[in-house]
Design a binder for this molecule. Sequence first.
Ligand SMILES: Cc1cc2nc3c(=O)[nH]c(=O)nc-3n(C[C@H](O)[C@H](O)[C@H](O)COP(=O)(O)OP(=O)(O)OC[C@H]3O[C@@H](n4cnc5c(N)ncnc54)[C@H](O)[C@@H]3O)c2cc1C
Length: 459
Amino acid sequence: MVFNSCGNQNEVKFKVTRSFDCDVLVIGGGPAGIGSAVCAARHGAKTILAEREGYLGGMATNGLVAPFMSSTTPDGQTLLIRGMYEELVNRMVEQGGAIHPLKAEIGSFSAYRDKGHHGLTTFDFECLKRTTEQMCKEAGVELLYHLLFVKADTKDNKITAAYFATKDGIWKITAKNYIDCTGDGDLAAQAGAPFIYGDGEGGVQATSLFIVLRNIDWKAMDAHDAACRKAGDFEGQFYMREILAAREKGEFPMWRQKIALFQNMDGTATVNMTQTDEVDGLDPKQVTEAEITGREQADYVVKFLRKYVKGCENCELAQSAENLGVRETRRIIGEYTVTTEDAKNSVKYPDPVFCCANHMDIHRKGYVEYVARNTNDPYYFPYRALLPQKVDNLLCAGRCAAAERPVMAAVRVIPPCFAMGQAAGTAAALSVAAGVGPKQLDPSVLVSTLKEDGVYLPE
Ligand SMILES: Cc1cc2nc3c(=O)[nH]c(=O)nc-3n(C[C@H](O)[C@H](O)[C@H](O)COP(=O)(O)OP(=O)(O)OC[C@H]3O[C@@H](n4cnc5c(N)ncnc54)[C@H](O)[C@@H]3O)c2cc1C
């Protein structure tokens, strides 16, 4: 089912208290928004990044989502997501705030990995916030925090203004090109671009509230992990038998089948084990309930880990995420929509903007469905999948770009979202400089510019 409007469209009259104008307006400061804003500004566009929180990072900070998922070939040997992402990682590594994905080994920092999880990037949340702000400032991006996008004006298939709810009333920003990096496609939906929600029939992937734990004995965790790997005991490695037993006793009232702990730079662990199903991430009431449930589940997770998991006997809850982890809401219908068959077979496009090899995994109630690929070769993402139909001065990067559900389940992870942002921001700026709309931009110019900027696009 394809939609082209959002929510209840009752008109509300309001007075604008402040106005801004720029070449490129990026809405949303997550991985896609950071990549978009930095690269648009680096290519000469007067760029504003508007974000509802008081810092950057999106899910990677406000959702405590860590580590960055794979950015390499399946064997972990070749870095596929390079360009602005690699630059960010290198800058964090220099500060002791990240481990380079080519140096992450199974059994070390990013332990407890499942199949296909090579080339992860362990990072520090505060280092990510600080470094991405530095990169925005150096590029000349104007950062405007505490702005919640609520409404767009459109005329002749173009966005003419975006409106934001603030403590100061309604702020208005106008731009030549707009980039929707809200994850949920908020701007695209308000501007009337067609989109698909979840599976097209109302179903969406499960949501999870991340937590951070302290006081973990990683040596004991590693010893157990190594022993199970040696014995080929997959169920033991992930404490699957203990979870089943605990569930029967009422000690684990969640659908998760495995433990999922990742070691952070400071020795804490991010834990991705709570789960709520059938939550509409666009409905604040449902999100509120899921966040409350997530925190109730977090208490069960801590008690379970203390009782059953070696090395977690003394673990304590340090923090729960500020925002629920929403895996899936809207995806635009693009000028091209990447198909599952494309990704399975590494189909080549005339306008590739990045490549990756992430596995396609859909989080369903109680299990993760993996969609097999026919080759281990990287697959590509075309520029046209960042361009929504029916709106001419809009690009959409990150979780709301145009890809069939299984493909978006793969490219929605953080490194490809940075790469989508780099492509969208670069294209938005090149289009302003050339005096043409993003849809008229010569893709060969974009591709060669991305390559000059370090993006890896093997022939
Ligand atoms: C439960 C869960 C587990 C995950 N695990 C991993 C993992 O281990 N590793 C990994 O790499 N990826 C993981 N991901 C995927 C990844 O975190 C996200 O898909 C990715 O962050 C999407 O990037 P984005 O920039 O598109 O959106 P987001 O990261 O969601 O950023 C969107 C930004 O836009 C802002 N925003 C939204 N709406 C508005 C608005 N109306 N006005 C103003 N600002 C707005 C938000 O505050 C946010 O800063 C996980 C995701 C979830 C939900």
